[in-house]
Design a protein around this ligand. Structure first.
Ligand SMILES: Cc1cc2nc3c(=O)[nH]c(=O)nc-3n(C[C@H](O)[C@H](O)[C@H](O)COP(=O)(O)O)c2cc1C
Length: 249
């Protein structure tokens, strides 16, 4: 009995606390959610505590750029909106999942959310990865950041801006960028039932392995991002569909 209690205490300490923010305007109906859902389920299967918010529902106000959270009341944002509920959760989480679909470059609500992370950051500066960078406040537990993203067009190159953005956030906060679950030409998921099953299975396994082993194997990320249609056929099909629509008008 005593041993079980110790085991439970030990497990509680090492279990992940995951905070996920989905930035898709289509929220649970989008392709971002299609990948994010099994990923989070995989983590829950490994007993992680997972909480999910939609930036659209949070209705986060823009940062006012006054740096009060740095130089007037360090660590505190004075804007009285839903972020005040999220800040304590952000401080407690060890894993932050940013689910950001490509919206040349990202959805506005998500940009607001990212800007409002400022009070978690302490302006003690050092040079890391070739640039001046800050760090997280001592009471912020975030240790790693994961990106989940979906885009409409064929190439993984469409993710370059969101990928760079999230990698920069990880560098600026001195946290580990733990990988990116990227789903290009996401609209084709609906058309390939068997491959889609494989992709969603890989997303679930990625979540489980991140929670249990602390990393996501590359082969799973490649399975998630695999082509669902040949590149040239994709463009021809999209153009044909658009031209047909235009003719009907
Ligand atoms: C404003 C806007 C800009 C977009 N820009 C791009 C883009 O540059 N490249 C791309 O591949 N897809 C682009 N897309 C397509 C979305 O990434 C795609 O529809 C994705 O599935 C959206 O995520 P969701 O399904 O979770 O809403 C854009 C969509 C919108 C609404």
């Amino acid at each position: 009995m005593l041993n079980t209690n110790y085991a439970q205490l030990f497990l509680r300490d090492i279990l992940l606390k995951v905070l996920a923010i989905n930035g898709s305007a289509r929220m649970q109906n989008g392709y971002t959610a299609m990948i994010l859902t099994p990923f989070l389920e995989g983590m829950k299967q490994a007993e992680a505590q997972v909480e999910l918010f939609y930036s659209k529902q949070l209705n986060v106000s823009p940062c006012t750029g006054e740096f009060q959270c740095w130089y007037k009341k360090p660590g505190q944002c004075y804007i009285p909106d839903s972020m005040q509920l999220v800040y304590p959760k952000l401080r407690e989480a060890d894993t932050l999942v940013l689910a950001i679909p490509v919206y040349i470059p990202l959805p506005g609500e998500m940009q607001n959310f990212i800007n409002r992370l400022c009070p978690l950051i302490e302006p003690i500066l050092s040079k890391r990865n070739g640039r001046t960078r800050a760090r997280l406040h001592g009471n912020v537990n975030i240790r790693r950041i994961v990106l989940v993203s979906a885009c409409g067009w064929w190439e993984k190159g469409n993710f370059s801006t969101v990928l760079r953005t999230v990698k920069e956030i990880a560098r600026d906060t001195n946290t580990n960028f733990a990988g990116a679950l990227l789903r290009p030409h996401a609209g084709y998921l609906d058309k390939n039932k068997e491959t889609t099953k494989e992709i969603l299975g890989a997303a679930r396994k990625a979540g489980f392995l991140l929670a249990t082993e602390g990393k996501i194997p590359n082969y799973l990320l490649e399975t998630i991002a695999q082509p669902l249609i040949a590149e040239e056929v994709f463009r021809q099909g999209e153009n044909e569909q658009y031209r047909n629509l235009k003719r009907e008008k």
